[in-house]
Design a protein around this ligand. Structure first.
Ligand code: PLP
Length: 727
């Protein structure tokens, strides 16, 4: 029997209750206690096989029957087929197979002349991948040779009805989701239904994201197939539903023992079914664990206000009046999805991006791209989604943390717009910083005390961020340099933007940005240096460091050396960094460099395709690191720290993430963000005995850091596999 418990204490998933705020309900939801209890009850007491004729079987059958009944009621589908599957993906496959098999049958029976037979399979351009992939798969398996065509959507994510009207007469199947999983956009099913009037096309509506958020009355529609998934509405994973309109073609995807009235073979997943049914029952009874739409709209308004306060320049990617109240999709100018996700994660808020996140590649949301939104929005999208059972307390806490996250990123001078910060608020910027876009690297060498910096190889995509960063910290810019002519257009443009910050005496430069020597040049910016190769040069004084220029006359390119040297004679070991652009040192250049820099001077490029960060002249001569030596499993950390009490645990997340997200760890950590890794490498490589354990959120960034250290000869480096998320 269905067991529904009365409203219990406010619902809160119990993984890391103190730190986790789960706002990713469109990906999956925690399992409601009433669903857990229903599953438990079935596993403990009603474990029988619904096909058995003894009492245990009969009790199990009763659970199954009442689950069907409540499903039909909630879907508003008293007639037709409603049966349980393993999830929406299976439901979608079954619907697509049913529709396409019918077409295949018609063609085989000669009912359709090839010239008049439908030859299009239409799907909304923003459908979940399960839909177009299923269409392509079954089209191929059944040898139908139909054309699989996306129905365009407008800037609001709504289907192009004129396109649909034009193509529907040739369509065998039309697939239009009810609510989009990334944006929450509600499709205009009524208009789509009208547009399909008179057409023989079958109609699949993937309704996963509508369940529990919209009233469903399937019997009153022309919809032929509707798919649902339990784990998007507080039931466990691995349970779903398919509705098939009475009379619509049907072919089972799986056959076997005749289960589910021979619609889906295989012994039923009764714990999953009971849990899903308990959720549906609660929905039907308007159990107070589920909030009314009005309350959900209030929740959204509060989150929206917090997001706007935290990120004043935010843009929302779908019109609120056209979306379910439980989904917000937004982009913040200048911050990628990956950075936003990391920031939120550090604040203990789990959200997702519209696209797969990749630290070395900009990936865009295909949904936002299909809506025609600018590419920066598609690569910066954040999806914040909650469910109808989210609690008021969680929303309040989330709002506070969102505002804190905004403050942290503002203090890191990473928010575009806004005034410069005072010294107390900002995270000090000293030393060398690497900014990345795709696999390109721009470098800023800054001296906090002397309030000055130089910029090397700025990328156009990072120009705004660099301007903001420099302005927020109120730094003088001594030079905007390029290592190669390919970087000069952006260099020149950035120089113009920063001109007011460049001392007049340093504004006259060569094409790559190196200040020309002129007697008028203020002596405080210059230092006469005697080089180890016997030459003399004029270096640029950058606070406590000096920057040297190594022009390559034959190629028109240049390298720059950043050294720590107080006198007038430069020693190779004074040179900490060599910016070599894209000139990975060929033999000739190596020989030139070897006269000036030490074997451990870090050679830094304008690109870093394989996330290596840096190389050295000696790196090629060192034995290769064995991968396993670097990895430490999550459960080994306590033993490791007991065995290596002097080891430093180094959090390689950015300072703003570290500041928010390290409090809950049970071991002390130091912060060395990946963007500053080269700066820290100098110190660590000089101290190869110091044991270093790198950590980050997922283990992705710490793996890069440890691999880099090992490659450059620091053998006492490890990283925590799976990251802090597993602690
Ligand atoms: N359709 C939509 C709109 C979804 O959001 C999802 C899940 O992400 C699916 C289909 C696939 O659901 P399942 O995980 O149950 O196979």
């Amino acid at each position: 029997m269905l067991s529904t418990s009365p409203a219990t204490a406010p619902f809160r998933p119990d993984a890391h209750p103190a730190i986790d705020l789960y706002l990713d309900a469109n990906a999956t939801t925690p399992v409601l206690p009433l669903a857990q209890q229903a599953a438990q009850q079935v596993m403990a007491a009603n474990f029988g096989n619904p096909s058995s004729t003894h009492s245990s079987g009969l009790r199990a059958r009763a659970v199954l029957d009442s689950a069907h009944q409540v499903a039909q009621e909630v879907l508003g589908a008293p007639q037709g087929r409603v049966f349980f599957t393993s999830g929406a993906t299976e439901s979608i496959q079954t619907a697509v197979l049913s529709a396409l098999h019918a077409l295949s049958g018609r063609r085989a029976a000669g009912g359709d002349k090839p010239s008049t037979s439908p030859d299009l399979l239409l799907y909304g351009a923003t459908e979940h991948k399960a839909v177009p992939e299923a269409l392509k798969h079954w089209n191929k398996v059944l040898g139908l040779n139909c054309e699989v065509v996306a129905i365009p959507v407008d800037r609001h994510g709504l289907h192009d009805l004129a396109f649909l009207r034009q193509h529907a007469p040739r369509a065998a199947l039309v697939c239009t989701m009810a609510v989009n999983n990334e944006t929450g956009v509600i499709s205009d099913l009524a208009q789509i239904g009208k547009t399909l009037e008179g057409s023989e096309a079958l109609w699949l509506v993937d309704s996963v994201q509508a369940l529990g958020k919209q009233k469903l009355a399937l019997a009153e529609t022309r919809i032929d197939y509707a798919s649902f998934s339990g784990h998007k509405l507080y039931a466990p994973k691995g349970i779903g539903l398919l509705y098939v309109r009475p009379g619509a073609p049907f072919t089972p995807l799986m056959v076997g023992g005749g289960q589910e009235s021979a619609q889906r073979g295989g012994t039923e997943n009764l714990p999953g079914i009971a849990a899903f049914a308990a959720v549906l029952q609660a929905l039907k009874e308007q159990n107070p664990v589920f909030h009314s739409e009005q309350v959900l709209v209030q929740f959204r308004e509060r989150l929206l206000a917090a997001v706007k306060e935290a990120f004043p320049e935010v843009v929302f990617n779908a019109p609120l009046e056209q979306t379910v109240p439980t989904t917000l999709n937004f982009s913040v100018p200048g911050l990628s999805s990956k950075e936003m996700l990391d920031l939120f994660d550090a604040a203990g808020i789990r959200v997702s991006s519209g696209s797969a996140c990749n630290s070395n590649k900009v990936v865009r949301s295909f949904v936002l791209e299909a809506m025609g939104l600018e590419s920066w929005r598609a690569s910066a999208a954040v999806r914040m989604s909650f469910g109808p059972a989210s609690t008021e307390a969680d929303i309040s806490e989330a709002c506070q943390r969102i505002v804190q996250a905004g403050q942290a990123i503002r203090n890191a001078c990473l928010l575009l717009g806004g005034a410069s910060l005072d010294d107390q608020s900002q995270t000090p910027a000293d030393g060398l910083i690497r900014l990345m876009y795709d696999s390109g690297c721009s470098w800023i060498a800054a001296d906090h005390e002397h309030r000055c910096c130089v910029i090397i190889d700025p990328l156009p995509e990072l120009a705004e961020r660099i301007v903001r960063w420099v302005a927020c910290r109120n730094l003088q810019v001594l030079a905007v340099l390029a290592t190669d002519v390919s970087h000069t257009p952006c260099r020149a443009a950035l120089k113009q933007l920063l001109l007011a910050r460049i001392p007049a005496a340093l504004q006259d430069t060569d094409a790559l940005g190196w200040p020309r020597r002129s007697e008028a040049a203020a002596p405080e910016w210059r230092r006469h240096l005697h080089l180890p190769d016997g030459h003399d040069t004029h270096a640029l004084q950058l606070g406590a460091s000096v920057l040297l220029h190594l022009p390559q006359a034959e190629t028109g390119s240049a390298s720059y050396l950043l050294a720590q040297c107080s006198g007038h004679a430069l020693a190779p070991q004074d040179v900490r960094f060599a910016f070599i652009g894209d000139n990975y040192p060929a033999q000739e250049q190596k020989q030139q460099l070897a006269k000036l820099v030490s074997p451990r001077t870090l050679l830094l490029g304008a690109h870093d395709y394989s996330q290596e960060f840096a190389t050295t002249l000696e790196a090629d001569t060192l034995p290769a690191a064995v991968r396993e030596e670097v990895n430490l499993a999550a459960q080994q950390i306590d033993t490791f720290l007991a065995e290596h009490p002097k080891a430093w645990v180094i959090d390689v997340r950015e300072a703003y993430e570290h500041g928010m997200g390290s409090g809950s760890l049970h071991f002390p950590t130091r912060n060395a963000p990946l963007s500053r890794l080269p700066q820290h490498l100098v110190e660590w490589l000089q101290n190869p005995q110091q044991e270093l354990l790198f950590v980050c959120r997922s283990g992705a960034r710490s793996a890069l850091a440890a691999a880099c250290l090992r490659r450059l000869g620091h053998r006492n480096s490890w990283h925590l596999v799976g990251g802090l998320a597993l602690q």
